[in-house]
Design a protein around this ligand. Sequence first.
Ligand code: HEM
Length: 372
Amino acid sequence: MLAASVTNVISSVLMSVRYKPGDVDFQRFMHLMDEGFRLFTVAAKVNVFPVLRFLPRMSAAYRQLRANRDEMHGYFRGIIAEHRATLQPEGPPRDLVDAYLHEMMLGDDDQSASSSSSGSSSSSSESDSGSSSSSSRRDLFCGKDPDRQLCQIMSDLFSAGQETVKTTLQWAVLFMLHNPEVQERVQEELDAVLGSRSHATLADAAFLPYTEATICEVLRRSNVAGLGTTHATTCDVRIDNHLIPKDTQVLPLLWAVHMDPELWPDPESFRPARFLNDQGKVHKPEYFMPFGIGRRMCLGDVLAKMEIFLFFTSLLHAYTLLPDGDDLPNLDAHVAATIAPSTYKVGESKTAAEGSGVRVRARRRRREVASV
Ligand code: HEM
């Protein structure tokens, strides 16, 4: 259920599509995504030891990854074709696909303008700059097959935007089961600020410091993207006594930053108060970096923070999350492209979503509490 909700955010932004959990397209998508993340961890070792690509298991993983990517791109090509057929060139873009198609059309206009001006007049500084901007636009759209670049952008945003937010919410629920006193304090704050309103809006965030601190602690403690992504040194770098030569691939281990006991005393324990100052206001130290840092930090951090806030507050305002039975689910993590919790149940299923990893029943919160 979480996967469907989170997927609908990114798929609306990208291509104005929304899925129901039982949709065949959606099920297939989730399968390709899950398999992709699993195979990626197998195949990624080849980046470090290229000789491994000759092992049958590795080459099979690569072949399957390629087949899955082609299937996904085939689906995206269908969406792009539909968009092209219904595109309003002068209208506001409906989504990212429209915005991209608009840019492509501008690229085509630039190209025809620059070829007609180069045929009719001698070069001027203006036409020089015009042709260089149109050629860079053409480069951006990958020359012969511009839709391929768009398909890849859609795949990247889909996989980066869906898995991370879904997994963070799964951790959030799990930490609430383990820390009922935190859950209760978040609910008290929501009751006080929202009153009888059914859910928070983004404008409420500034008045919910404990809730925001709790979300920060979920992001720190879960380390969903704890391995960062690969970067490279642009010059020789020395750290303590280690020389990292120019052009070395480097993985920023965000997990180590967030679990460093010198920065976060008792780092294993879940304590939202770490992110509150003496006045009870949210304080985020510079070494809190769940979305990375610098120019290539997460492109979706703003969207992700909005989504996590809205989903988390909606859940906790409507439900109290309880463990299924007496035993708490464990906090063991599965390390793949992301760091995810093991499958677990929450209470009994109210909505009987068979096959989902998270089952939220929990009591509907007493409305009289909300109105106090
Ligand atoms: C809780 C949710 C998320 C977390 C924890 C997260 C974390 C990260 C991290 C650590 C990086 C690597 C930064 C670096 O290399 O230094 C990254 C990159 C990226 N993320 Fe996210 N992310 C999240 C959600 C999203 C969403 C919702 C989107 C898309 C809408 C997204 C799109 C991307 C993209 C495109 C990159 C690559 C950026 C680049 O290389 O320039 N992420 N993310």
